[in-house]
Design a protein around this ligand. Sequence first.
Ligand SMILES: [Zn+2]
Length: 376
Amino acid sequence: MRHRIAIALFLTSTSVLSAQQSRIRFEVSSIVDTSNSEISQVIRLWENYLNSKPDSSYINPCWSESEQLQYNPYDLVPHTWWGISLYVWLPRCKTNVLSVSRIRDSFVIRTMFYNSTPKDSGKVNVISIIQTGARLENGSYKLCNVLPINTRYWKKEQVGSIKFVFPPDHQFNRKLAERMSQFTDSLAAIWQMLVVPVDYYFADDIDRVAKALGFDYWPSEGNRSGPRGFVDSKNRIIYSGDSNEWYPHEFVHIYINPLFPNAHSYFLEGYATLVGGSGGQDLLWHLKRNYEYLKAHPEVDVLTFKGVDHWPANYFIGALLCKMALEKGGLPTIRKLMTYGKEDDDLYRAIQETFGVSKEDLDDFLRKKLAGYATK
Ligand SMILES: [Zn+2]
């Protein structure tokens, strides 16, 4: 009990100190043993880091220098899946350190990012729960990614330019891995690009891979099964679940997305779906499934349809537009489509200039094209 009171007092003084010193609202759960000096050091380091504008590009003294040289952005979890960064929430949310665990020579900090309603209704909106590592580097603790810690028992196989990383209970399929490697080689050849090294993490479940990366909870967790993944195109790392050595969709993103940072999602997702399928199914499967539904629902707007299988129109209609563009003018037309911009107006302008179809006639045009391709 004494020990608990000591922790409580420490926490009170920490939060007062935090309120004075920092912009972010940083809390530590009462069950974390902050009387342990190493745990206390690690927590202070994490708090300092979150207050140090962690999205800024400078050598951050709180983070492992070797990882800052290895990755860009070096802090993988908040920069994967989130689009810009999880840390954009920092001024508007609270952070609560739920646990600090020792794993061999390292620590893993588990932190909840959340909002609570102003009138203290008890309702909490959890944004994410992430894991961050800390380890000794040149005699002092530095923060680090948990991915190498969490996958320390995973197997690794290099085939061509791809490093396959997967749980030890998976039987590696070299034939599929070689097919994947050949796919990337030919994609690079078509686009006249150099083949680049890619780290590909996969498992039988996306949540297993997300947790290995450091997501204890992420907003896309659960609900649907089936192959899916996400990509860190800057660091050339792919994460996928319910999948195997063959997962071409995300590899297309690795190669194509960096070429066109302002491309509309319809063309980025569309081209990846056209060439690499989506959710483990090829484009024709998606077209047929959505065509059947849309045929029976003339009231639905095709361009903004959410899709019958959780794959919205930017995947299958985007792919249809890319397929038509490819048939019309080959790769130069695809390149052009990628340059119009990210906004809705850019999408309409791209369609108007490429296919001569106005916004008013678009739904009718897409329904006819969809019928043509889906019933071939
Ligand atoms: Zn995609």
